[in-house]
Design a protein around this ligand. Sequence first.
Ligand SMILES: [Zn+2]
Length: 246
Amino acid sequence: MNKLVLLCLMFLCMSCAFAQVSSQPNQLTKAQVIQKVCRGSEITSGPEFDIFHRAFAKLAPVIQQDPHVVYMALADNNDINAWATNFDMTHSMICVPVAMVHFMGDAEGELAFIIAHEIGHTVDDVCKTESGRLAVANSRGSLGALFGSLVGGSQGAVSASKVSQQRGCEARADEIGFGIFTKAGYSPYAAAGAFGRLEMYMGDTSTGIFARLNALGSDHPMTPDRIKHMRTLLINFASQSAGGVQ
Ligand SMILES: [Zn+2]
């Protein structure tokens, strides 16, 4: 209960930040901000809220010392998705649609990983700036830009670079989220479960070259690529848990 109060207090600051960012002459109310950012009103009770809050209560202590102010809202929204909106470098909102809670069923760990991934976006200052995102894209190599320029000329290269930035930042959110998630005491394999559930829903099980080209145009990394990255994180975690012996 204390945490809820704390969140409300933090929210007052975030509301100011949102008003500044959106240049609204009148400060929006908390309900208006959530409606706008989460595309649905906030749900604060009921069985879905209980599941959401259980996950939140386990994850929150891990980032308690973090200077970022993050408001997490369960939203009355039918999208099977979740997203983070950074208002500035320190104030963010995470929207978890109630449809996502239904989709994850009673698998609290899987839902918690999705939330932890979004927390990853809110605490990753590198991906909040254009220069940071460019550095992330450059460190990933120029495969995306190469494909982009082949199919779309210089414009294609620019948009492919954007995709490469997005991919890099998604991978970083997975990694940061995985760290928070495992520190909170969840089984690392629940992250794999969340991926499997999403993959089954999206039907994205191909790793062929055409799937890769197609996926260049999408907002998120192709699921098998993320699975490959997740597998590396799981192997590293298992290796560390075993004291470095595989
Ligand atoms: Zn993401």
